[in-house]
Design a protein around this ligand. Structure first.
Ligand code: SF4
Length: 425
């Protein structure tokens, strides 16, 4: 008996050592966030700004930016990790504090009906209000803002050179920013000859104030704005933002409430409401559906999604079926077979959608824009490259039969931004 007890206590001691070592290793790999005062010592820290869309409520504040309606007690943060109750006021912790800044081809967003073949200046901060199992940018979307490095490299200009064989090429000049104000973003976008700015990579809804102010300034300077979002936003903030957006790309993850809850930690009905709201505000909206094997890849899933888009947003809404690659929490699933994407596209077109694309499958004929009347290709693409564009020189019309293709195909002057509410910029 004594020997058994001795063995048991040795086992327990070994287990305790193992658990402490594992905990120490986890803490060193994923350090807990430090305190607010440690992280943001300067009173004039430009990354802290008063948030919009909130109200005081018994010993705390309530955020109304997204359907989560988080209640934040003093010092508490919202589910997005980037909005905080500090001194009884809701603050955003990511104003002018992007963590990822790049110049991308607009096809990478993917956005196909806005100025094909142009550069788009793309920014993201930390934070997200969803928890998608297949997030492609989880390192930033699920991070606390204080986990970001002190400075963010960003393209700030473009140098053009001529190679010995006479070909012209360009390279972006990189600059390091401790904070990047809306003016810095717009100046850098102009300096890199980008035609538009994308609020992308993580979830732009959670850096609403930064996005709004940048988009306003961008519009004043003749740049277009694109929000790439999961669409988890309340109607009020969206209504105010909509006039500044030239295209909104919504990631519609599936068409089943149960799937949405388990896959993304959100509710489908709010995303559908955002899509309807964008339609009401007349914003050019493109929809992308990431097709994940075994989770949302049944023919009936594609049909329900397509029918809803056709009946609520219209046949002219561009819809993408995009290829999943094993990622984040779904490393166990295979890449989406190309045949499944082709099937999804066929079903959507059979339901009457006119511009249905296949994403992340370079060389697929579903990357092209076709005339819905004569079926000839009007914009031919291969990955992010434009092989042929017949729409820009023909004012967005099919050169064969004159059919007007929805979108912005020529870089024409923009309307000035709407008058901003006093004190809200
Ligand atoms: S934006 Fe963030 S703090 Fe506000 S309701 Fe949504 S998750 Fe909560």
């Amino acid at each position: 008996m004594a020997a058994v007890l001795q063995a048991l206590s040795a086992l327990l001691a070994a287990l305790a050592v193992f658990v402490s070592l594992a905990a120490a290793s986890l803490i060193s790999r994923f350090p807990p966030p430090r305190t607010f005062a440690e992280l943001f010592p300067a009173k004039d820290n430009p990354s802290i700004a008063e948030a919009r869309f909130w109200a005081p409520a018994c010993n705390g504040v309530v955020c109304f930016l997204c359907p989560r309606h988080c209640f934040l007690p003093e010092g508490g943060r919202g589910l997005c990790k980037v909005r905080m109750n500090s001194g009884g006021k809701l603050k955003t912790l990511v104003y002018a504090r992007p963590v990822s800044v790049h110049v991308d081809p607009i096809e990478k967003k993917p956005v196909f009906h806005l100025l094909p073949g142009t550069w788009i200046y793309s920014i993201a901060t930390a934070g997200c209000n969803l928890r998608c199992a297949a997030c492609q940018n989880w390192e930033i979307s699920q991070a606390y803002p204080e986990q970001a490095p002190g400075k963010t490299p960003a393209p700030a200009g473009l140098t053009l050179s001529v190679s010995p064989d006479g070909r012209m090429f360009g390279s972006f000049e990189q600059k390091e920013y401790a904070s990047m104000t809306p003016k810095d973003v717009v100046d850098a976008a102009l300096g890199t000859r980008s035609k538009s700015i994308a609020y992308t990579y993580s979830e732009p809804v959670v850096f609403y104030e930064y996005m709004y102010d940048t988009a306003y300034l961008a519009r004043e300077k003749g740049l277009r704005n694109v929000m790439v979002s999961a669409g988890y936003i309340n109607r009020g903030p969206l209504k105010k933002l909509a006039p500044l957006m030239d295209v909104v790309k919504i990631d519609l993850k599936g068409f089943d409430e149960g799937f949405y809850r388990s896959f993304a930690g959100g509710e489908l009905r709010f995303v559908l409401d955002t899509l309807k709201s964008l339609k009401e505000h007349g914003v050019l909206t493109e929809v992308v559906n990431l097709v994940v094997p075994t989770l949302n890849d049944k023919p009936e899933d594609f049909k329900r999604l397509s029918v809803w888009v056709r009946d609520n947003l219209g046949k002219d809404t561009p819809v993408f079926f995009s290829r999943f690659s094993p990622n984040y929490r779904l490393q166990n699933l295979p890449q989406t077979p190309v045949e499944t994407l082709t099937l999804a596209r066929d079903i959507a077109m059979k339901e009457g959608l006119r511009y249905v694309y296949v994403g992340n499958a370079s060389g697929h004929p579903g990357e092209n824009t076709y005339c819905p009347k004569c079926r000839r290709p009007l914009v031919r693409r291969a990955g992010y490259a434009i092989l042929e564009n017949l729409l820009t020189p023909n004012n967005g019309r099919c050169p064969y039969d004159g059919t007007r293709i929805p979108g912005v195909w020529a870089d024409e002057p923009l309307k000035p931004p709407p008058k901003a509410a006093e004190g809200k910029r």
